[in-house]
Ligand binder design. Sequence first.
Ligand SMILES: NC(=O)c1ccc[n+]([C@@H]2O[C@H](COP(=O)([O-])OP(=O)(O)OC[C@H]3O[C@@H](n4cnc5c(N)ncnc54)[C@H](O)[C@@H]3O)[C@@H](O)[C@H]2O)c1
Length: 308
Amino acid sequence: MSRIVIAEFMDERALPALRAAHDVLYDPRLVDDTPRLLAEAASADALIVRNRTQVRGALLAALTRCKVIGRLGVGLDNIDVPGCEAQGLKVIPATGANALSVAEYVVATAMLLLRGSYQHSGAVADGKWPRPALSNGRETAGKTLGLIGFGSIGQLSAGLARGLGMSVIAHDAVLPASHPAFAAHGVRAVSLDELTATADVISLHVPLLDSTRGLFGAQRIAAMKPGAVLINTARGGIVDERALTDALRSGHLGGAALDVFDAEPLPAAGHFQNCPNLVLTPHIAGVTTEANERVSLMIADEVLQALR
Ligand SMILES: NC(=O)c1ccc[n+]([C@@H]2O[C@H](COP(=O)([O-])OP(=O)(O)OC[C@H]3O[C@@H](n4cnc5c(N)ncnc54)[C@H](O)[C@@H]3O)[C@@H](O)[C@H]2O)c1
């Protein structure tokens, strides 16, 4: 029997299989109690985390008998993967398990931002009847979606967007334009510059790496088509937040949605106040009832296999 430490929220439906075979500590608040987390890490054969536990430095050093890290999600920027590997620790992400939730968020948000009519309920309820101001929304069909990163989420987003009548173009720094995934989804592979200049909606689906940090800075945002919409569900740090709010306030961009931020949780009274047609969500694009269950069952299964 091994000891499994779960330091963040995991869907309860995945726990019985782990408990049947192993000694399990499930404490979703452990991530916020560093001394206890470090103490529990010392006895862990497996550690399961979401995106808040920083598996590096002191925590990594404390994982002396640990064989596997299960990540309840996809991005690995909270985990020192080379450090884990050097220590013989296997890192297992829940690849693809929450991709559909993110893809649905992308197309729903693209429609909402292009239409621009849904964030005025207060004015309607107050009897202001802002009909003239909300009569210039745009249809989604016929618009071009530009996907940066054409992995699991990019590909699912392409399928949903094409179902709405959008044209889809994509840029992936790793996949060559000849890769069959593009043709299979009816997507044209283009350069980053062409995508930036021509897409009506740009959605980011790349990991946070040195090569993607600051990818959407002031210059690239200025190169976007006037009135275009930017959606970032990938990671904070990829979009320059101040350049984005400047572009919304100046009217260069028609709308934006951010699910991820430089600092999470986002501090109060920051630079996003009173920005037109901006949707902010607290890193939940991939978090739905269905995705929670899929992600947790996948990681439970993979951790059980790794401990065998
Ligand atoms: N907000 C959320 O709730 C949430 C949920 C899941 C994933 N994510 C984020 O979304 C990202 C994408 O997830 P995924 O499952 O599609 O990952 P994935 O690994 O399937 O796809 C990522 C793609 O990005 C490409 N890529 C890497 N560097 C690039 C660059 N510089 N320019 C263009 N393309 C590049 C890769 O070749 C790959 O095809 C994750 O890294 C994660 O950070 C966020």
